[in-house]
Design a protein. Sequence first.
Length: 225
Amino acid sequence: MKIRILNTVLASSILFTSNLVTAAIVDTDNDSFIDTNTGLEWMDFGVNSGQSFNYVVSQLGLGGEYEGWSLPDADQVYQMWSGAFLGQGAQLELPDHYGPGEFYVADWATDVASVFDETYEIMGYNFLQYAGATNEFEISKGWFESDGGSLSYVRTRNYTFDDPYNVDDSIFNDIMSMDADYKATATAEVSTMLVRTVSVSEPSTLAIFSLAVIGLASRKLRKKR
């Protein structure tokens, strides 16, 4: 009986871990998602929208609204974004779309939806554009600080109606130079991107890593056979 139960758990974990490889990000129940390539946890888009970049930064310390979170660097943002959007079968993947430091991906929404639908669902969004119209779409946009201290961003656009002319897309942009005014401006259309090391105290996190360990054990068992 124990062997049968173990085989069932192993089979489930194999399916789960294969999804981790293809999706690259995994949802949590904490208004966040985990980048499975790095093990970092990212705050969902929309959670801190309506708050300025400066305000979010002021709330990162002990006792602050976002205690435990931190600002990511450009490399961490790119690793997360590329794992979520590149190699998913999109119709366009264009490096340096508008210049060095900007990468663009696009997939046309059809009657079978775009390849990014699962990713959009996991990441959340900031606001709904043209609500109720046939060209309604969700926008996710997040600031991050580049090496020079200016603000850059990632942006995704998810059309909610199937139409061959609707383009679901995303941009990683590290060539902008958003000045101090942007940092002080609060807008519902943009989030400040935040990241943290996964806390092992979270049940959802424990489940993810437990299944990953079981998946690795199952591979060893198959090799021995």
